[in-house]
Design a protein around this ligand. Structure first.
Ligand code: CU
Ligand code: ZN
Length: 189
């Protein structure tokens, strides 16, 4: 939203300048967008919906940058200090009460399950979430194997899932992280 407002402000300023007959053909808005990296700035978000009878909620946002996709996670309603497996899943369908409708881990390159940033892993594998003393999680990290922009590895139309138990980063193909306590469909914003 901030970006849109900023763009509108630049557009309005450019129009005002053009209206005054000054600065010739200069267009500040076009200069700014030409400097952005390929696919850069594409954004998506998944509001988390409680599943399997829990109170878990929150929101996950994805923003494509030049070095990867920046993921910002906010989760509420967990047990204090608890640890939870966390993945992008294949299907953008959180309709089932246990979120099994979201399918398996997002795995567009047919890799075994593993730990993000360490050896082979599903593109959708992310590190475990650890709740603070109030049962909340706030964390930010970069995923190298997914995009927000359209393509085989795009998170758009997938789902993010918070699990009941920690991911062991080994058990195939799930990490043995137990039931699904929150789920959100990823959509462009
Ligand atoms: Cu999962
Ligand atoms: Zn996996």
């Amino acid at each position: 939203m901030k970006r849109v407002l900023f763009g509108l402000a630049i557009g309005a300023a450019a129009a005002a300048i053009a209206g005054c007959g000054m600065m010739g053909d200069q267009r500040s808005g076009e200069t700014a967008s030409a400097a952005a990296p390929a696919g850069g700035g594409a954004k998506a978000a998944a509001p988390l919906v409680a599943k399997s009878g829990t109170n878990t909620g929150g929101r996950v946002t994805f923003e494509q940058q030049s070095g990867g996709t920046l993921v910002t996670v906010s989760v509420t309603g967990l047990a204090p200090g608890s640890v939870h497996g966390f993945h992008v899943h294949e299907k953008g369908d959180c309709s089932a009460p246990d979120a099994m409708s979201a399918g398996g881990h997002f795995n567009p390159t047919a890799k075994p399950h593993g730990q993000m940033a360490m050896g082979d892993h599903h593109a959708g594998d992310m590190n475990n979430l650890t709740a603070d003393a109030n049962g909340n999680v706030r964390v930010q990290f970069v995923m190298k194997d997914v995009t927000v922009a359209p393509g085989a590895s795009s998170v758009i139309g997938r789902a993010v899932v918070v699990h009941k138990d920690p991911d062991d980063y080994r058990t195939q193909p799930t990490g043995n992280s137990g039931g699904r306590i929150a789920c959100g469909v990823v959509a462009a914003i």
